[in-house]
Design a protein around this ligand. Structure first.
Ligand SMILES: [Zn+2]
Length: 98
């Protein structure tokens, strides 16, 4: 259902800047069965996933354009984005640079 053609490597792309990278360097967010979107630290949770690179501007763009809503077919409120941003910031510190 992702519509992605079967490519060679498991590459994912940031929903904001479309940068593709291998899974490990992208942050995964997943929609749970309850229709909630949570940060997936393990990258292994079942469910529809959306990826962001570690750039703050990408999260900002995702929030502004409601990219999670579109990617995950959900309806998120500002408080959801606030919560996700908290997780995002915590993680991007580790994934990204110094
Ligand atoms: Zn990005």
């Amino acid at each position: 259902m992702t519509g992605a053609a079967p490519h060679k490597k498991p590459q994912r792309s940031c929903i904001a800047c479309k940068t593709t990278d291998d899974k490990r360097s992208l942050l995964r967010f997943v929609r749970t069965e309850q229709g909630e979107v949570v940060f997936d630290a393990t990258g292994r949770r079942a469910g529809r996933g959306a990826y962001l690179c570690g750039e703050q501007q990408c999260f900002d763009r995702a929030r502004k354009n409601r990219l999670f809503d579109r990617a995950l077919k959900v309806k998120l409120g500002n408080d959801d984005y606030d919560r996700l941003e908290g997780d995002f910031k915590e993680q991007s510190r580790e994934v990204g640079k110094v």
